[in-house]
Design a binder for this molecule. Structure first.
Ligand code: DC
Length: 219
């Protein structure tokens, strides 16, 4: 990678949005490795709040209670990866439980909770040692970093996405979750202004990454 590209990306966010199981995390990880940047999976934040709320037997529509538990989680960066910790433990498999998959869209529809998590997401750029971030989610290009010139929206057929989730061994009714995420009032899943749409249905992981790297470097 040339110094010119490193300089160009400094202080910027590469935003990757798209529906469930469209390959956002895989692409974000690949780009973060390629450019030596921090990768942030914003969906994990909504998942962590959902998981913790379930642990505490909270009502997932009780926004006030959910706002309080956001501060019980730690949002960390180590090297090129970000993580979420609860009581000193990194949350991993808990975040992919069927119960979390089923409840997360309801939690993600709460506007004040979103505003609080968006602040945390933007703040990654201010963390020590962070030059730039690759962030994936649903509203990264539309709400979190609307001014970034690096916005990508991944598109894939529902069949491809559902079979990808099944291959990962997860129980996840993605059509239902996508419908809820697209229909909600607060920051619904949309193709952000200026986003480049990449149809990944028939592309390998390498081909998607290659295509997006070319697009980034042509900005
Ligand atoms: O990317 P994911 O499937 O892990 O995201 C889990 C849920 O969180 C998803 O159904 C919608 C929500 N989400 C969101 O509303 N905004 C984001 N930036 C990221 C995720």
């Amino acid at each position: 990678m040339t110094q010119a590209i490193k300089d160009k990306l400094r202080g910027q966010a590469i935003a990757i949005d798209g529906p469930a199981a469209s390959g956002k995390s895989t692409l974000a990880k690949g780009l973060a490795e390629h450019y030596g940047l921090v990768m942030v999976n914003s969906g994990e934040m909504y998942r962590a709040v959902t998981w913790l709320a379930i642990q505490k037997n909270l009502d997932l529509s009780d926004e006030e209670a959910l706002l309080k538990i956001v501060d019980e989680l730690n949002y960390t960066v180590e090297g090129y990866t970000s993580a979420i910790e609860y009581q000193g433990q990194q949350l991993t498999t808990e975040l992919r439980l069927a119960q979390v998959n089923a409840g997360v869209s309801q939690v993600a529809a709460l506007p004040e909770l979103r505003a609080k998590l968006v602040e945390i997401q933007r703040n990654y750029l201010n963390k020590q040692g962070v030059q730039a971030v690759v962030m994936e989610g649903r509203d990264i290009g539309s709400v979190v970093f609307p001014d970034t010139p690096y916005k990508f929206y991944l598109k894939a057929t529902q069949e491809v996405r559902q079979s990808r989730r099944a291959d990962q061994g997860e129980v996840d009714v993605i059509a239902k979750r996508d419908a809820a995420d697209s229909a909600r009032k607060a920051s619904p899943l949309v193709i952000a202004d200026g986003a480049q749409v990449v149809d990944v249905s028939n592309l390998s992981i390498e081909a998607v990454r290659h295509q997006v790297i070319e697009l980034i470097e042509s900005v």
